[in-house]
Design a protein around this ligand. Structure first.
Ligand code: IMP
Length: 424
């Protein structure tokens, strides 16, 4: 591994299994840093038969030798964050020492959550399917230059700033027919703010630059996925941050020429939570099979995930947007015993065959074209060497590599740290 930062991110609509991989990789890194998103994320890690879900905290927190930064591009809900800390403290009493929070990260206010809910309710059947964690309104205030940042907590006039932003939000909420009660949430929020004040608040952009200069290995941990990126995703059914590799630069203060590897995580099939186009979606018993086998229920909201075949034009698009240098394929075990296996290799778009992701994935205009591949039946979850994988899965992997032009360096065959096969 040469000097610099590696980025790890999702290539689909999130939930690719980034948490597990960061956890597996962390022992190689000195710093793990989250660069965007917030409590809409749910990064699941499993080891010693315990499942852990992290929302805001970097997935390197379970490794005693890694420093963990929450970067400026992240939005923080103090209540959720402190709840996460409380759970962690029981397992990792030292975790706060290994955690640095950017003073430039923006705060999610209770009224941001109300605005999220009111706006979604007003959208009716066009709703985004937001996680309702206040993400959109918080990023709107950031770009609108109204937001409150973690560093503001330390200012003498923090409460005035809070009241002034809250008033703006209440005025906006008046425009919706949306009843709410703020008192409880506000009290909890203020308690959480007081706790955060005692934690390591830092200029993490400077910390990360110092880490780079002193030769430390840095891993930038993405949240959500490329197809949820505010620019390159399936707009407007996207999240409000830059989930792609560029977001690691703006969300951490990391210059592009300091990026080394870009590690792209994808599932051997595709899932999506929330609304929006999904060309290869399976609305039948095969889709239900994937949901059941893969336990495809949201780790943040518990919603059932939509499921479908692997979409190679979309995967290649994500590889290109991010400059992916290494692929990691997750949940290959879920496809065992499926009986049939299809993969989308091109689309019919306005009657023409194309191999790229067009401006609109509108179902009326776009139809996926599939090829059949040989399926495998074997249970993969106990396999501990890549050599022992079924030939059909090896052929599937090779096909993906050829299509995208990027090597698949790892195949995951189960949720546990141990169920991870490196390819030679
Ligand atoms: P928001 O980010 O909560 O506003 O949600 C916008 C869209 O992104 C919705 O379709 C969500 O379901 C989806 N989304 C947000 N975060 C995640 C995630 O971490 N995994 C998967 N989908 C997500």
């Amino acid at each position: 591994m040469s000097q610099g930062a590696d980025i790890l991110l999702g290539l689909q609509w999130g939930d690719e299994g980034k948490g597990k991989i960061v956890d597996v990789l962390t022992k190689k890194y000195d710093v793990v840093a989250r660069f965007q998103g917030g409590p809409n994320a749910g990064h699941t890690l499993e080891f010693n038969n315990i499942k852990h879900v992290l929302h805001t905290i970097p997935s390197g927190i379970f490794h005693p030798n890694a420093d963990n930064y929450i970067g400026n591009g992240v939005v923080i809900d103090p209540i959720i964050f402190c709840g996460e800390i409380d759970k962690l403290l029981k397992l990792e009493p030292d975790c706060l020492k290994r955690l640095q929070i950017s003073r430039k990260a923006h705060l999610i206010l209770p009224t941001h959550k109300l605005l999220d809910a009111a706006s979604e309710a007003a959208k009716g059947k066009n709703k985004i399917g937001s996680t309702l964690k206040g993400i959109g309104p918080t990023y709107m205030d950031k770009t609108g230059r109204n937001g409150l940042r973690i560093g503001d907590i330390e200012l003498a006039d923090f409460l005035e700033r809070y009241q002034s932003l809250k008033k703006k939000h209440l005025d906006l909420l008046n425009g919706y027919d949306f009843p709410f009660d703020l008192k409880n949430a506000e009290e909890q929020w203020m308690d959480a703010i007081n706790r955060i004040k005692e934690m390591n608040l830092a200029d993490t952009d400077v910390l990360i630059q110092n880490a780079f200069h002193s030769g430390k290995k840095i891993l930038a941990e993405g949240a959500q996925g490329t197809l949820l990126d505010v620019d390159f995703g399936t707009y407007p059914f996207v999240t409000s941050s830059t989930t792609t590799a560029a977001g690691a630069c703006t969300g951490l203060g990391l210059a592009p020429n300091r990026i080394n590897q870009v590690i792209g995580i994808f599932k051997a099939y595709v899932t999506r939570v929330g609304s929006g186009p999904f060309p290869t979606e399976l609305n039948d018993e095969l889709g239900q099979f994937l949901r059941d086998q893969g336990n495809e229920y949201g780790s943040t909201t518990g919603r059932p995930r939509r499921t479908g075949w692997l979409d190679l034009p979309a995967l290649r698009y994500a590889v290109e947007v991010n400059g992916v240098t290494q692929l990691m394929m997750m949940k290959a075990d879920v496809l065992s015993g499926l009986g049939e296996l299809k993969v989308c290799t091109e689309y019919k778009y306005r009657g023409e065959k194309i191999e790229h992701l067009p401006y609109s994935l509108d179902q009326e205009l776009l139809e996926p074209v599939y090829i059949d591949m040989d399926a495998w039946k074997e249970d993969l979850t106990q396999i501990d060497s890549e050599k022992d994988l079924p030939n059909e899965l090896k052929a599937y992997t090779k096909f993906i590599e050829k299509y995208t032009g990027v090597p698949v360096v790892l195949i995951s065959v189960g949720p546990d740290r141990k169920q991870t096969l490196w390819r030679g």
